[in-house]
Design a protein around this ligand. Structure first.
Ligand code: ADP
Ligand code: CDP
Length: 205
């Protein structure tokens, strides 16, 4: 079985996916982490997203992606990248990377190589990457609520985080369309466990 959980930035996708995956005893897969890895590696190599050298550069890297239920981890050889990709600099650059069709195809190839069952989260898991998924969800919340949640995790001001989230929502709009059959959940009034329980209750038996 494949369950997809898409949604806007900081809507709760990875925390909710981790909870749902643990309840089901399967891994979850953070597609955003791969876009973030591509962005960090591009920055470190001094390559712009549209540089034709970027895709061969990515393909030559010893990048390892561990989609564990408790939390996804990224490695470049022996170096762990998991924390490094969750920075304001990567946030600011990732949408330009995600707008490149050849880089989307690089991410999609890695995702489609995984063996189900799993929970996949991102923007286009239920539409472009796993249209055959058995259950699809789409998480939303107001920009203010999302910024307040992110502010609890990062040393930045809520207003700046909110402005950056709105910019990223706008840049990611093309790939952030809910599947027509997705259950749309406003996570604003719910606790994290409340969102997880709502999804578990809606899964096909
Ligand atoms: P995303 O993967 O969509 O960026 P995260 O899972 O990183 O979102 O969630 C952002 C933050 O919001 C996390 O600190 C998470 O614990 C918190 N969070 C998620 N959902 C809820 C919720 N319903 N109520 C309160 N906090 C939440
Ligand atoms: O959780 P948050 O939205 O902050 O970040 P993420 O899910 O790690 O995604 C980071 C970025 O990757 C997004 O802003 C998109 O630009 C891109 N992305 C995408 O285009 N398609 C996906 N399926 C997942 C992420």
């Amino acid at each position: 079985m494949i369950v997809t959980i898409d949604g806007v930035a900081a809507s709760g996708k990875s925390s909710v996916s981790s909870g749902v995956a643990r309840a089901l005893g399967v891994p979850y897969v953070s597609s955003g982490l791969l876009y973030r890895a591509a962005t960090l590696l591009a920055h470190e190599a001094g390559l712009a997203p549209h540089d034709p050298a970027l895709l061969p550069h990515l393909e030559a890297q010893p990048l390892r992606f561990e989609p564990l239920a408790g939390g996804n981890r990224l490695w470049l050889g022996e170096r762990e990248l998991t924390a490094d990709v969750q920075s304001a600099a990567v946030d600011a650059g990732v949408s330009a990377v995600a707008a490149r069709p050849e880089l989307r195809a690089w991410v999609d190839r890695r995702l489609r190589a995984l063996t189900p069952p799993f929970v996949a989260e991102g923007r286009d898991m239920g539409t472009a990457v796993f249209p055959q998924a058995q259950a699809k969800f789409y998480l939303t919340a107001s920009a203010r609520v999302r910024a307040q949640r992110r502010a609890a995790e990062r040393p930045e001001a809520v207003d700046e985080i909110e402005a950056a989230l709105l910019r990223r929502d706008e840049h990611d709009r093309a790939q952030s369309v809910p599947a027509p059959e997705a259950h749309v959940i406003d996570t604003g009034p719910l606790t994290l466990q409340g969102v997880i329980d709502t999804i578990l209750a809606a899964l096909p038996q």
